[in-house]
Design a protein around this ligand. Sequence first.
Ligand code: FAD
Ligand code: UDP
Length: 386
Amino acid sequence: MDADLVIVGAGLFGLTVAQQAVEKTGARMQIIDVRDHIGGNAYSYKDKETGAEIHKYGAHLFHTSNKRVWDYVNRFTEFTDYNHRVYTTHKGEVFPLPINLGTINQFFHAHYTPAQAKALIQEQAGELAGTDPENLNDQGISLIGRPLYEAFIKNYTAKQWQTDPSELPASIIKRLPVRFNYDNHYFKDTWEGLPKDGYTAWFERMIDDPRISVSLSTDFFDSSQPFNRDALVGKVPVVYTGPVDRYFDYQLGELKWRTVEFKEQRYDEDDHFGCPVMNFSDSDVPYTRAIEFKNFNPERYEEQNHERTVVWEEYSRFASKGDEPYYPINTAEDRSLYTQYKELAGQQPQVVFGGRLGTYAYYDMHQVINSALMAFEKQIGPMLAQ
Ligand code: FAD
Ligand code: UDP
């Protein structure tokens, strides 16, 4: 084998490391991925019938306030001026999210000013005044009061996590903004957009270099193919972005994840929801949200079919072995198990564990790119220079 570095996983962590390593050191890279495409969970493809760009593993919206990351990604793709906005259906009525003055006034059939709405929510949240909420239920009530919490958070969260909100950590919804004006932008970051030619074109440009080889449908744990764990570790530097517990054959136990599944619907309509993402906050609808991919790219109007549309309904559940791990569940027990795996990982010769699976962390794309840039500077670059 003539590679100087083997990268397991062609997701954003692996691709960023490969791009940096070639650019900064001229080293030769071998990337492998068990899937039949690059891009990891951010992979997308064009739907032939409707012309929609389908995000195969769920809706991916790029956003960041990190100037270094924004400059970096703009080297490989231009971004559209897409701004993420989400709506939610509750008892047959559609409301804007995140909860803002529009949501509050519609819900209470009122015309409150910002100050009046703030006072009302404060009063409704008053039942928990002076406490420091530890679980999601109490956090939700103290953030927006019981009526709004019960309408928009309680059942949605129960569907998404299959766990009673009073048993979930408060941190899950701490990041949800509540606004006392009519601003319904979902993200607060400085930069936001979707890659102009799609995610896959962006990722292909990152590794468009003869010194980077990619082997797809190749499992690191399959000893019948040459790029496997037992053949490589200790002999060549490896960047591993698969699940950390899998690397160690689950010897300390399994880390817990949630997975999502999609059910596709096609309609003889140009536009089914009128927006890209519609949440469903009531328990009688079994899925959490529906994604209408065409609506992410209004600038592609000419290329799209306006008589058909494709929608994916998203169902959430606990992952078992064989499922795609999506969101780390992150109970205290999981955190402590991960700490033990991290210790084992630190003892592996010339192996760098990275990305969301390798470090059991929920990362957005900009965070995973940033962590790959840092890992290259601090660990991988020096390893290649030896
Ligand atoms: P991954 O993309 O998971 O890549 C890891 C790769 O390793 C995979 O391709 C996998 O096949 C490969 N691999 C694993 N095991 C092996 C093995 N044994 N052998 C070979 N290859 C292996 N981020 C945003 O910024 N905005 C969003 O809107 C957003 N939405 C999301 C929605 C959902 C439903 C999910 C799940 C995530 C979302 N994210 C979003 C997060 C985003 O997907 C991640 O930040 C990013 O894709 C992580 O990149 P990664 O390289 O760490 O991991
Ligand atoms: N949430 C909710 N109702 C909604 C949207 C979000 O209750 O309509 C809660 C839910 O608990 C979810 C959390 O807020 O897990 C974070 O939501 P977000 O959409 O930011 O996260 P994602 O599911 O995209 O990771």
